[in-house]
Design a protein around this ligand. Sequence first.
Ligand code: MN
Length: 243
Amino acid sequence: MPYAPFVIVTATTEIIRGVSRVRVNEAYTDALSAFGLIPVVLPPVNAVAATAALADVAGLVLTGGEDLDPKFFGEEPHTATGAPHHARDTYELALARRAQELRVPTLAICRGIQVMNVALGGSLIQDLPSQHKSAIDHAPDGKRAERVHDIRLKSSSRLAEIFGSRDVRVNSSHHQAIAHVAPVLAATAFTDDSVIEAVEPRDPAWWMIGVQWHPEELTATPEDWDRRLFHAFADEVRDTSRD
Ligand code: MN
């Protein structure tokens, strides 16, 4: 049955003015709406409900946020690792695994690329500043929507095809990154300091792009790379919703 291009957007919960509330940055839902998709913000529900919801939509966006609990990749927390959000970890890991099983078109952003990688068997560097020292600052203050470092894409990647270029510049707001890449994924973008900035599935039948930067903050820049990314995702979601 045809359905509208609904996309699940994951969210966190946060105590604001004394009350626990569901929260997601409007930049995500604005970007999706701008490209013709209908964002459906899904709060951290249990894994059964989350995966049931995924069967009735045409796309998934795993959003940025808290550090993932390192127990999911078999490590104790580093001193710089933030307190985990158990409900969010549980439902996003379940969504990521089911998205791979059902081949749901997925855009996995910042924390999202990390969740996807861990859900499929990979691991993370818990703190770049102390565990991967380099000249590149991956979390410069107050520059959320500025392109602050270069990345180089693999020529064979879906991302390079979308961008029409192997060399782009992105924003950066992360202190963690992928360590070991999950077996079903391949790293497709790197910085000069060898931090993984994008992954894609080895199976080309599944449209999934994970990015370590925040494309939703870059849709109004002179460079059109991030608009191209949302456009490609929207095309794929619309094709899926018409199947
Ligand atoms: Mn970065």
